[in-house]
Write a protein that binds this ligand. Structure first.
Ligand code: LLP
Length: 422
């Protein structure tokens, strides 16, 4: 169980397909995913009994289908995500539950769907227990516990502690067990997810908190979930979590609990980013090159409507240029990379707080392609129609062949639900 230690790259091709061939298939901007990388990442985690893909990271049906065919199950956080999982053949119930609904609230449609299909629910608030218990007493449930601390790559992705809305506060666990008892809900699972893009030090603290909470619940438990949060190296100085060490921590805790409970416990992990981030690339075309005083700008045809992570979190994504122009230059240039949107924050090279920074990239010409790497997680799924930009196309490379897994949205599709009153 080891993650690749070297940084991704590409060398202007994805899984042996030259970028030029991909760009000939579909206009820019588009996402492209390398299936093999996703499979590799699922297999990295096979020591855990269950790999439950947090599909919010990239929920294209083809990606979910890859997960299903490679032994992963899914987490769903909305009605739409449950329907996506069903659409690719995950059944509503099974052991382990092929689909788990994880949330802090039930909206009306998700409650209806969970009730109708019998979908296992990971409850993140006491109210969810009451709402489910009133309608479906006797069910098995999981409790998502907020252990009182959290950590993420950014404050906005920290999901633990008292400023976070997520989970059941750890000291409310006893009260929740009472609510569960009142409705005859059987607490069979415990779950903790302290944040996205965290590190081993913080993840290790979760193991201790989980062990403590699990002892409080007792032997009705059959599953504990480590949640997601595994980081990937977006920058060369960043690294992966030591998966072997991480698994050993969980496995040891699981074994201690098993000997207390007198039966086996299933260990789940719930990664999003780790499975898909490095498999995905956003490809855009350079449409303008301009100098503003001392600053060079490359303006491309993808914006924060396509990839929101830089404007939201100041996230760094590796970038490369694919030269389409005949004229060769060898120089590098310090550039600011921006998109087409009518908003000054539409910059891919920025730090948290909106401070623009430069990137050293090859001297490019109009028509060259910019490839934004590590864009598979929280990329396409966070796309929007801001400035009436259509959602980008998505391609998949499988066994050396290229498939369109989402067509670029058309204007008709974008406006289909809009009506002008008479
Ligand atoms: N489980 C739960 C309950 C979660 O809330 C999340 C992520 C995950 C698992 C998966 O976390 P991962 O393994 O991907 O770190 N848009 C942000 C990330 C938001 C994560 C939300 N929850 C970003 O682009 O970094």
């Amino acid at each position: 169980m080891s993650a690749a230690s070297s940084h991704h790259l590409l060398r202007n091709q994805i899984a042996d397909i030259p970028i030029s061939q991909l760009a000939a298939k579909v206009n820019t901007p588009f996402y492209v995913y390398d299936e093999q990388k996703i499979i590799e990442r699922i297999n990295d985690l096979k020591a855990f009994d269950v790999v439950r893909y947090a599909q919010k990271a990239c929920s294209n049906l083809a990606i979910l289908d890859i997960c299903r065919r490679n032994g992963a199950v899914v987490d769903a956080v909305s009605t739409g995500e449950i329907l996506r999982a069903e659409a690719v053949g995950f059944s509503a119930s099974g052991d382990p539950s092929p689909i788990v609904y994880t949330a802090d609230i039930f909206d009306l449609s998700s409650l209806e769907l969970v009730l109708d299909r019998g979908i296992h629910t990971n409850c993140g608030s006491p109210d969810m227990l009451t709402q489910l218990g009133q309608k479906a007493p006797g069910r098995s449930i999981t409790l998502r516990i907020n252990p009182g601390f959290g950590h993420g790559h950014n404050q906005k992705t920290n999901t633990g502690g008292s400023q976070s809305k997520h989970g059941i506060w750890h000291s409310e666990l006893t009260d929740c067990l009472r609510i569960a008892e009142k409705y005859n809900l059987r607490v069979t699972g415990l779950h903790m997810h302290i944040g996205s893009g965290t590190d081993l030090e913080h993840l290790a603290q979760v193991v201790t908190a989980m062990e403590q909470a699990a002892r409080e619940v007792g032997s009705s438990l059959d599953t504990i979930s480590a949640g997601g949060g595994l980081p990937i190296p977006y920058q060369t100085e960043e690294s992966y979590v030591d998966l072997e060490a991480y698994f050993q921590l969980w496995d040891a805790a699981r074994k201690r609990l098993e000997s207390q409970f007198g039966h086996s416990l299933r260990l789940e992990i719930e990664p999003g980013r780790y499975l898909v981030a490095e498999a995905g690339f956003l490809v855009a075309e350079i449409r303008a090159i301009k100098k503003m005083d001392e600053n060079w700008f490359y303006l491309v045809d993808a914006g924060f409507n396509d990839l929101a992570r830089p404007i939201l979190y100041g996230s760094h994504h590796p970038m490369t240029i694919y030269r389409r122009s005949a004229e060769k230059t060898n120089g590098l240039r310090e550039v600011i990379v921006g998109g087409p949107l009518c908003e000054s924050g539409d910059i891919f090279t920025q730090k948290e707080g909106g401070f623009v920074c430069t990137r050293s990239l090859p001297e490019a010409q109009l028509g060259d392609l910019l490839i934004i790497e590590c864009a598979g997680a929280y990329g396409a799924v966070m796309g929007s129609n801001y400035n009436s930009k259509p959602l980008a196309a998505e391609l998949l490379v499988r066994d050396g062949q290229v498939f369109t897994i989402r067509e670029r949205q058309t204007f008709a599709q974008m406006t289909a639900a809009e009506h002008i009153p008479d």
